[in-house]
Ligand binder design. Structure first.
Ligand SMILES: [Zn+2]
Length: 150
């Protein structure tokens, strides 16, 4: 059993009343976004009210899962021992077609090939029996995440 608070275990999503629908959808391999019924806009991160119009309630809608890299870094430093075997690994920000930006990793592409504007699509990584992380792969590939800590 993985201890999510241990430095030797990778951190897992911390569920809150606001983000639980997102993580439950990931378990079903669906990407959903909080969507304001009042102004008809998605936003991120999830919260009890819309950050644009302060309206509520906020519902959830299925997202396309497609977007483009808007920023990226390659991590070479061992910030946590749990990530030692992954070095160097990438961390990216993806601007989804819906306009919100999610943070994650890109799989199936060498870090040297990362660039702003690269079209990507979501792929789901069942890292534990109860947690699934959304990651991204270049559009047009069938790359699957290679979970190293499952
Ligand atoms: Zn709104």
């Amino acid at each position: 059993m993985m201890d999510p608070n241990s430095l030797t275990s990778k951190p897992l999503p911390r569920l809150t009343p606001d983000n639980t629908p997102f993580w439950e959808a990931c378990r079903r391999h669906e990407l959903v976004l909080p969507w304001c019924a009042a102004c008809d806009r998605p936003h991120w991160p999830p919260g009890p009210v819309c950050p644009f119009c302060f309206g509520s309630p906020v519902g959830w809608r299925r997202a396309s899962g497609r977007g483009r890299i808007s920023s990226w870094v390659v991590v070479h430093k061992e910030w946590l021992p749990a990530f030692r075997n992954d070095l160097p690994y990438n961390a990216v920000q993806v601007e989804l077609d819906e306009g919100v930006r999610l943070t994650g990793n890109v799989v199936g592409v060498p870090n040297e090939a990362l660039k702003v504007g690269l079209p990507v699509e979501v792929v789901f990584d069942d890292v534990t029996e109860t947690a699934t992380l959304p990651r991204f792969r270049p559009v047009g590939t069938q790359a699957e995440p290679a979970t190293k800590d499952a």
